[in-house]
Design a protein around this ligand. Structure first.
Ligand SMILES: OC[C@@H]1[C@@H](O)[C@H](O)[C@@H](O)c2nc(CNc3ccccc3)cn21
Length: 603
């Protein structure tokens, strides 16, 4: 017979209420469970009424899986959900944080640290739109992006996932939400989830709140702040994200003034839900409940109680879902957790699913499959690379004029460095694998070397020597050298770095090259590094951050097809003992200040 919840002509509010009335406790609790695809199946989803599946970093249906293989894998899980009594569709989530970065052949955009330097919200919105199309190309309707952390200490491993140390720039960059989800129509409810249609995805502002403000940048640690800093520095991007209709918000592993965010009822329920009227769903991070206690999982019953009562709606378990389901069921049956809390969580999850149109279109189709890695998206990424580059030094006092843009037509030029011909290095972490990779066969893209070869005059010989000896540099009559060095990829664990020195063999490559001929150094890094000892020897210095697959964007600006326009969105410190040091701080003594960036005209 007729059911209101399946009728798209009914209001979402009516559809939620009708469906909730029909659901058993097990069906409600199932909606709050998100499991990792590696331990999911249609049968499990059906049996436990699982509401969501995710791909963790690097978790793919097959190596170099095609769009069709992704679509088939997602649809197989969906069949499990659609075969349940009430046929509530599951929602599949993935980290598309700089393009659809787990997926072979996807366009990989510059990481957020570089996008902040563009200060171009229109570009960022177009990046969101392109990313949404590539995510939908694989049949996925939900991404755990954007990270709106305000990174205050570059020793933090995830500082490259943060647009800026300045909340004003981070607020500007939340425009990506409008690209990912679609732009709020004027008549829509403020702070309600909004997704425009089948080429858009649900987004996720993360990690709530203060992930970028932990003491000494220690990942998942304590953010010890005054209310002024919490609400003036770390909270503003959430105000803007909610106004733009962000559908979900992910809670941070970190703590605020000693209280774990995953157990923080004051900030998750009272502030985010009640005061800011956020109407989407709040999702935990991966094993975020386990990490409420130390050691993790020491008291999982308490973890469930604390997290659900704090206001978390969906739990990224992601493995031991029976333990979570049984634990939560028990706490509800004992009335430790009231049914009203369960109903709040489930109604929020259903609101996002109805708004996404999942009930009308639960099965993915291949209508957007050609968007994966499409040239039009790669062109947007190349534009982003160009605009993200920051020129920190151009020329020397010993000669007039700048050194950049470089002259394209020379007999022979030298390219050196560990990062000149390494697609994995220029993409950084969260690329194909969680930790990123080295090499050139991880996905389809253009190395900086290839970009240079395509940009210089056809008559110019480009010689690439990764780690040259000084004599070769001096006596081989190169006109100049381009030096590309920096950090290797990293993500989360093992990436906190307390000394931030330029990794070897960067320093020796710079010294061996720049002491012998004119050089421009291009730094590939997720954050500012200690460069002061080397700047004197350089004729040019460029911060290129983590540019992604479209390395030609670097060459086009080096050689003057486009001018340098980027401005630092982060303070470039002098010495690590100055940290944390941000714009506006007393004793502000940077090597290059926030907002700095030399410009050049297209030649
Ligand atoms: O990938 C899901 C989330 C991500 O959205 C969060 O930003 C991040 O904090 C996060 N960390 C993990 C843990 N990652 C992990 C990856 C592979 C194996 C084990 C753990 C998962 N996630």
């Amino acid at each position: 017979g007729y059911t209101a919840y399946t009728d798209p002509n009914q209001s979402i509010r009516i559809r939620i209420r009708d469906l909730m009335m029909r659901m058993t406790l097990q069906e409600k609790i199932g909606q709050m469970v998100q499991i990792e695809r590696a331990n999911a199946s249609a049968e499990i989803i059906n049996k436990f009424f699982i509401g969501s599946v995710l791909s963790g970093g690097g978790s793919v249906p097959a190596p170099k899986a095609t769009a069709q293989q992704w679509i088939d894998a997602v649809n197989d899980f969906q069949k499990g959900a659609m075969s349940t009594r009430l046929a509530i569709p599951m929602i599949y989530g993935i980290d598309a944080v700089h393009g659809h970065n787990n997926v072979y052949n996807a366009t990989i955009f510059p990481h957020n640290v570089g996008l902040g330097a563009t200060r171009d919200p229109d570009l960022i919105r177009r990046i969101g739109s392109a990313t949404a199309r590539e995510v939908r190309a694989t049949g996925i309707p939900y991404t755990f992006a954007p990270c709106v952390a305000v990174c205050r200490d570059p020793r933090w491993v995830r500082c490259y996932e943060s647009y800026s140390e300045d909340p004003k720039i981070v607020k500007m960059m939340t425009e990506i939400i409008s690209g990912l989800q679609g732009e709020l129509p004027n008549n829509s409810y403020v702070s309600h989830p909004y997704i425009e249609g089948k080429s858009k995805v649900a987004a996720c502002a993360k990690h709530y709140v203060g992930d970028g403000g932990t003491v000494n940048g220690i990942d998942e640690n304590d953010t010890i702040v005054t209310p002024r800093v919490l609400f003036g520095i770390h909270m503003p991007p959430y105000y803007v994200s909610i106004i733009k209709g962000v559908s979900t918000i992910m809670v941070s592993y970190s703590s605020v003034n000693g209280v774990k965010m995953h157990a923080n009822e004051r900030l998750v329920t009272r502030f985010l839900k009640k005061r800011l009227h956020f109407e989407g769903f709040v999702i935990s991070d991966w094993q975020g409940l386990d990490r409420i206690t130390s050691p993790p999982h020491a008291n999982y019953t308490y973890s469930i109680q604390a997290a659900i009562l704090a206001g978390i709606d969906m739990v990224m378990v992601p493995y031991n879902y029976p333990e979570f389901i049984d634990g939560l069921t028990d706490l509800v049956n004992k009335n430790v957790i009231p049914m009203s809390r369960i109903d709040d969580a489930v109604s929020r999850i259903l609101r996002v699913k109805f708004t996404l149109g999942l009930f009308e279109n639960p099965m993915a189709d291949n209508s957007l499959a050609d968007m994966l890695g499409a040239q039009e998206n790669r062109d947007i990424a190349r534009e982003a690379v160009r605009k993200s580059l920051v020129l920190l030094k151009n020329g020397k006092p010993t000669y007039a004029g700048g050194f950049l843009p470089l002259i394209k037509k020379q007999p022979k030029i030298l390219l050196v460095g560990t990062h000149a011909d390494n697609l994995g290095y220029q993409c950084g972490g969260w690329t194909i694998e969680w930790q990123g990779l080295s090499g050139n066969d991880l996905t389809i893209g253009t190395t900086i070397l290839k970009g240079i070869q395509e940009t210089v005059d056809p008559s110019t010989e480009v010689e690439f020597i990764e780690n040259p000896d000084p004599a070769t540099v001096r006596f081989s009559s190169f006109s100049y050298a381009i030096v590309v060095v920096g950090e290797k990829p990293y993500a989360e664990t093992n990436g906190d770095n307390m000394d931030l020195t330029l990794p070897d063999p960067g320093p020796s490559i710079i010294n061996n090259t720049c002491s012998n001929i004119k050089c421009v150094v291009v730094v590939i890094s997720g954050r500012p590094l200690v460069l002061e000892p080397y700047v004197e020897s350089m004729d040019g210095l460029v911060a290129a951050w983590l540019p992604g697959t479209e390395g030609k964007g670097v060459a086009e600006v080096l050689f003057g097809d486009y001018g340098f326009t980027g401005k630092l969105a982060r303070t470039w410190f002098r010495r690590v003992d100055q940290l944390p040091m941000n714009i506006g701080d007393p004793n502000y003594d940077p090597l290059f200040p926030f907002g700095f960036g030399l410009t050049t005209e297209p030649s």
